[in-house]
Design a protein. Structure first.
Length: 222
């Protein structure tokens, strides 16, 4: 005897209640998905995800407690769950931070919610859900057209090779990001960021972070 296939279960986390309601209606309209939890902050999203083990977690990046922090935690605890950000932010830094944290998709709230079920179906089938405009930015960065994100090739002028994380910290310093901002972007503690900065200064043989930034900018602009 055949059994009816259970609809994929979705957790929604967004601090804007009307948005949560609109998303839930869009997902449940044709019974392709069922919403198993609707939360207003990162802590609630993590708890609901661990308790309910949804197939998909649809998270707002800017909700209280930080959607990126929720992504890291859920990805670590529930590696089988698909995580998709649904946000107003089209900031490339947020996109890359979300992907590093373990997100399988990054959708903008400007999209038609009628397209959302198809996008989540694609994610469950192994596809990435990313708007074409952001994909274009990703390709530009991988081609090296934007030095601020390009990982430079270390050479003798820069001394000992930095780790990939140290290059990342240095690139953000060059963007005039503060220690706290870098910690948020990379999901690190401020102490860890300071340790990386100290290592960068030591490896590059410069007196301080300002000199390290000057050296980095000179290298990437050549």
């Amino acid at each position: 005897m055949s059994t009816k296939r259970q609809s994929p279960r979705v957790l929604i986390a967004d601090d804007h209640a009307p948005s949560r309601e609109d998303i839930q209606r869009a997902l449940e309209r044709n019974q392709r998905f069922s919403v198993c939890a609707s939360m207003a902050d990162a802590a609630g999203a993590i708890q609901a995800a661990v308790r309910g083990r949804p197939d998909v977690c649809l998270l707002d990046i800017r909700m209280p407690g930080d959607g990126l922090a929720a992504t890291w935690e859920i990805a670590a605890r529930l590696p089988q769950a698909k995580i998709v950000m649904l946000t107003v932010s089209d900031d490339e830094a947020d996109l890359f931070a979300a992907l590093r944290a373990g997100a399988h998709g990054y959708l903008l709230k400007t999209m038609s919610l009628r397209r959302l079920p198809d996008a989540l179906d694609g994610v469950l089938s192994g596809e990435a859900a990313i708007p074409r405009t952001l994909v274009a930015h990703m390709l530009e960065q991988f081609r090296g057209h934007e030095p601020r994100w390009r990982q430079p090739v270390a050479d003798r002028s820069l001394g000992q090779r930095l780790t990939s994380r140290e290059w990342e910290v240095l690139a953000l310093l060059a963007q005039q990001q503060s220690t706290r901002e870098i910690a948020r972007r990379l999901m690190l503690s401020t102490v860890a960021v300071r340790v990386h900065i100290a290592a960068i200064v030591r490896k590059l043989g410069v007196p301080d972070r300002a000199a390290a930034i000057d050296l980095f900018r000179g290298h990437t602009e050549t």
